[in-house]
Write a protein that binds this ligand. Structure first.
Ligand SMILES: N[C@@H](CCC(=O)N[C@@H](CS)C(=O)NCC(=O)O)C(=O)O
Length: 234
């Protein structure tokens, strides 16, 4: 089984949610943006029916949108719950995570993605304050409850096994720890913290995190560290 991942080469961004699933499953994939450059990604968008990356392709088709991609590959990668209703619940929660990631992005780009951060700093500060006061605690409490309420496991969000949703939750917690360490520390998230440690210990994920394939967060991606948007240091 082989895949081609199309994503911007210089950021982890939303591509990382797909990359983590491919890495955890240990399948072969070509990281087209990193192998052939951003033009190859732009060309894929230009040629096909996709609006934005990440895009994942196999020899038969190509699919965009993180949640849609993960719904496509989670079963073949053995990262999905067995039960059909659980599968739909997993996808539903992944879509909630899509909303969460969009709101995280909008903390630094509240007026529009086509403007530089420097052109919208004031609005970003206002937006981030509302995000930190209201939205961050609400999303975190929701996913904390998802983990603690799973009747089938104390370890994973849905069913008995690790799924693509757990890998995505791991990435969001890592990203928040990078972008909003002080605001994150105001929230009690023991189950999410434990999940994050558990995922980081998975054999192939640990190897990936240590590898050159895994690039860190930076101020071009979704999760950006602008200290002025976070709660002040104590
Ligand atoms: N809903 C899409 C969002 C995709 C998206 O916003 N991609 C960004 C990179 S992370 C992009 O390049 N967008 C270009 C654009 O919106 O014009 C998903 O979840 O994958």
């Amino acid at each position: 089984m082989g895949y081609w991942l199309y994503y911007w080469p210089s950021i982890a961004g939303r591509g990382e949610f797909v990359r983590l699933a491919l890495e955890d499953a240990g399948v072969d994939y070509v990281d087209v943006g990193r192998d052939r450059g951003a033009n190859a990604v732009a060309q894929m968008i230009h040629n096909g029916d996709h609006f934005a990356p990440p895009i994942l392709a196999d020899e038969h088709e190509s699919v965009s949108h993180v949640a849609h991609i993960l719904a496509w590959i989670s079963r073949p990668l053995d990262l999905a719950p067995q039960d059909e209703r659980d599968f739909r619940r997993m996808h539903q929660m992944q879509l909630t995570l899509t909303d969460f990631v969009a709101e995280i992005h909008d903390t630094h780009h509240p007026l529009g993605a086509s403007l530089y951060y420097e052109e919208q700093k004031e609005a970003a500060a206002r937006r981030s304050a509302v995000f930190i006061d209201d939205r961050l605690p609400k999303f975190l409490a929701y996913f904390e409850r998802v983990l603690t309420d799973n009747p089938d496991s104390d370890e994973w969000a849905i069913g008995r096994r690790c799924t693509t949703l757990d890998l995505s939750l791991f990435q969001v917690m890592r990203g928040l720890r990078y972008a909003f360490p002080n605001a994150l520390a105001e929230n009690e998230t023991p189950a999410l913290d434990e999940l994050t440690r558990r995922v980081a210990r998975r054999r192939r994920i640990a190897r990936y995190l240590d590898s050159e394939r895994c690039i860190g967060f930076n101020e071009d991606g979704v999760f950006r560290r602008y200290p002025e948007l976070d709660r002040p240091d104590q």
